[in-house]
Write a protein of this length. Structure first.
Length: 124
């Protein structure tokens, strides 16, 4: 992985300062951190499994892994925000905004990193 793919973790660390200085609910920050790190772990495991399936020539299984884990990760973050919002409304809002920002940064960083990845040998 190239460094731009980790920029979301830098934003997550910077968000701690924003939450502390802004007096925002720390429950929202804690839930966002837990949900984000969990989904990143799921993404890493799914990426390795999908690569293994592709190497074995099973493209449909690789796509099924990517699709199912992507949907699962979205549901994980949505459920975390929902439950946090039910417990404390302001914390749920803070968590939702932080997760949306993290997703946006991560998505953009992955796209930029993909532009700079060198093509594999044998691919056109």
């Amino acid at each position: 992985m190239s460094p731009p793919k980790y920029v979301d973790l830098v934003v997550l660390a910077a968000a701690l300062a924003v939450f502390l200085l802004g007096g925002l609910p720390m429950l929202g920050f804690a839930v966002a951190v837990a949900a984000w790190l969990a989904q990143r772990g799921i993404q890493a495991v799914a990426g390795r499994r999908a690569a293994a399936e592709l190497a074995a020539g099973r493209r449909q299984r690789a796509m099924a892994i990517v699709a199912s884990t992507t949907l699962g990760r979205v549901w994980l973050m949505a459920l975390a925000v929902l439950l946090t919002g039910l417990a404390e409304r302001e914390a749920g809002l803070a968590s939702a905004i932080l997760l949306a920002a993290l997703f946006t940064v991560s998505f953009a960083a992955q796209g930029i990193a993909h532009l700079f990845d060198e093509p594999e040998a044998g691919s056109a």
